[in-house]
Design a protein around this ligand. Sequence first.
Ligand code: FFO
Ligand code: ATP
Length: 255
Amino acid sequence: MYRSQDEELKRELRRIVSARRDELTAVQREELSTRLAEAVRSEALVPLERRPGRPLVVCVYGAFRSEADPSAVEAWCRSRGHLVVAPRIRDDGEGMELRLLAQAEDWKPGRWGVPEPDPARTELYPLDGPLDAVLVPGLAFDGYGGRLGYGGGYYDRLYAERAAKLAAATAQARATSEAEPPSASAAGAGSAAASEAPGTLWLGFAYEIQKIDSRLPQEPHDLPLGGLATDAGITWFGRGKTDGAGSELGTADAL
Ligand SMILES: Nc1nc2c(c(=O)[nH]1)N(C=O)[C@@H](CNc1ccc(C(=O)N[C@@H](CCC(=O)O)C(=O)O)cc1)CN2
Ligand SMILES: Nc1ncnc2c1ncn2[C@@H]1O[C@H](COP(=O)(O)OP(=O)(O)OP(=O)(O)O)[C@@H](O)[C@H]1O
């Protein structure tokens, strides 16, 4: 079967970087994940706390295989009264939904053993609801916003579905406000777009050893990361890296 050069390269990189990650011992993974969580807290979330007049909403994931573990970020968010959400692969397998994780016990192993919010214990969170930061897992990252995942395209689709919903909500709010100016009721049912929430920070979350020097192949459907957090700190990737929820974020000076 025909396979493009990029697909071949991605396959090879997935193999190399996951092997490198698998070499970390459990103790090393824990130490590096602690450092990573500290970087995310101090360089991204604490600055974001200055922004909304509401608790932050932060999307984490449950680590599997030898992934960097965001559970310290999760615990910190709860201790500050912020909301924690996480993605779950929908029953149709075609995409992901977000669910509100009220407590650390709400995880359970899902498809492929990937931890996900237990659908029996957690509430759905609207895809176009306020979302301040999304920690994005991956196998390999470059220093230019490129990301390589397991190849399901799940995070790319989550980004695209949210952006489409936000765009629809914005169009709806605009149509309503044109119909009945300048009524406050035109704000449009509490969606992030209508409430003019600043954009969502899509932040890669990985060990420094997952960063590669060369540029990863990029495709139009790849989600635009605002930054990459590693145990060595956060690299920011310029402006306009949001899902369309409002003003741009993802540069340190925009925070
Ligand atoms: N913690 C975590 N959660 C996540 C992701 C992730 O990378 N990390 N994902 C990021 O998108 C999604 C899950 N994506 C995954 C995609 C493939 C496989 C997997 O095991 N694939 C098999 C091959 C399966 C096949 O080809 O049929 C394999 O690699 O052996 C696992 C997770 C959603 N949740
Ligand atoms: N917005 C989208 N709508 C439909 N399909 C998509 C979308 N984005 C990505 N895909 C599909 O997902 C597949 C995998 O994409 P890619 O190789 O970029 O995954 P990945 O980013 O490595 O994986 P993941 O996000 O699951 O970690 C591609 O075949 C692509 O067509």
